[in-house]
Design a protein around this ligand. Structure first.
Ligand SMILES: C[S@@+](CC[C@H](N)C(=O)[O-])C[C@H]1O[C@@H](n2cnc3c(N)ncnc32)[C@H](O)[C@@H]1O
Length: 342
């Protein structure tokens, strides 16, 4: 087996090909003492975020000179090598959300943005966008420029285009990687992404584990959940990731560009709540005790707090609260002296 770090959580059979498996790792007894829930560096928030929110509420009331941020999403107009079913940026349907259209920022603008962020207490830049960062030939220069400025980075990637040298280079910088899969089996993942990339993604995960990034809470694997893959997620994906020390990033399906047919396999709110209750039950068996927290999307569910400690900027220069729901506060490229005046 060429996947040394992953060998305890991989199986292979002629029907499904390679698959991530974890149900054997769920103990019968609830473990004690409970383990501390790992939070992805630069992205997941703990109770300290309340300090930033309180500061910003005072700023909104004129009692502080400027706001503070934990991070900003910088959305780039990147293309993609995958065509994932229901991709919320429409890549599978050859659609491009208007807000993602536009040029890449110049180096000068990137420096303005990183300068602004550092001046406002931010710790990182989160890559967001319509595609795959590593499809863009400027990706490594961009990452170098941001991390050289002293900010950390959070990078969502489908992992299929990265070599061992690339992963090692990324691991040596202050970067958290979120590698995405669509299902736990080679067959289902390849079907859902439109390319035969599962082996490459698993290989990238193996390289990342070899660097030890997970020991610093800098490695996550993301998987969007549907009625089709939900059992494999709580029986195989979750225990396998906990066993490896990789942060399981299980996400509800965002139904922005999903077709009516695709929606039939997605959870409704009731199913989503039940699913995340099951995830919490399995996690308790694995030694992690947490209550699911709902309300992470600004329009679909109320009480989202992300816009109180971060913001999103788009290729056009539009600034908004969230990478999944477009709403413009204004445009920093069109407003003269926008950055210094804030
Ligand atoms: C749009 S992708 C862009 C970055 C990168 N290409 C990747 O695959 O991670 C960002 C993340 O959103 C997830 N994603 C895409 N469409 C989604 C949807 N409709 N619902 C939930 N997550 C989705 C992907 O699986 C991935 O983890």
């Amino acid at each position: 087996m060429k996947f040394k770090k992953l060998e305890q959580v991989l199986d292979e059979d002629p029907v499904n090909g390679l698959s991530v498996t974890g149900y054997r790792l769920i103990p019968f007894e609830e473990p004690k003492p409970l383990k501390k829930l790992p939070l992805l560096k630069h992205y997941f928030v703990d109770s300290s975020i309340q300090g930033i929110i309180d500061h910003n509420l005072r700023w909104a009331n004129g009692q502080e000179e400027k706001p503070r941020f934990k991070f900003a999403y910088i959305m780039l107009p990147t293309g993609c090598n995958q065509r994932c079913m229901g991709c919320f940026t429409g890549k599978d349907k050859s659609r491009l959300p208007l807000e993602l259209d536009g040029p890449f920022y110049s180096n000068e603008t990137i420096d303005d943005i990183t300068g602004f962020l550092k001046d406002h207490g931010a710790e990182s830049v989160v890559y967001g966008g319509g595609g795959e960062l590593f499809k863009w030939k400027g990706a490594f220069d961009y990452i170098e420029r941001i991390t050289d400025s002293g900010l950390g980075m959070v990078i969502f990637t489908n992992g299929s285009l990265l070599s061992k040298v690339d992963v090692e280079w990324l691991s040596q910088r202050d970067i958290s990687l979120i590698i995405s899969i669509r299902d736990t089996t080679e067959k289902q993942h390849n079907l859902a992404t439109g390319i035969s990339g599962f082996m490459d993604v698993i290989q990238t995960l193996e390289y990342a584990l070899q660097t030890g990034m997970h020991e610093q809470n800098r490695l996550a694997v993301e998987i969007p959940v549907t009625n089709n893959n939900e059992k494999r997620i709580f029986l195989d994906f979750l225990p396998a990731m906990r066993y490896l020390g990789v942060i399981p990033f299980i996400e509800e399906f965002i139904q922005i560009t999903t077709s009516e047919e695709e929606k039939t396999v997605c959870h409704d709110f009731r199913q989503a709540r039940k699913f995340f209750d099951t995830i919490a039950d399995v996690d308790r068996q694995l030694g992690y005790n947490h209550e699911p927290v709902f309300g992470q999307r600004i329009l679909a569910q109320p009480k989202c707090e992300r816009s109180l400690y971060s913001f999103t900027i788009y290729p056009s220069g539009d600034v908004g609260p969230c990478p999944s729901h477009f709403l413009s506060y204004g445009n920093f490229l069109r407003m003269q002296n926008f950055l210094p005046s804030l």
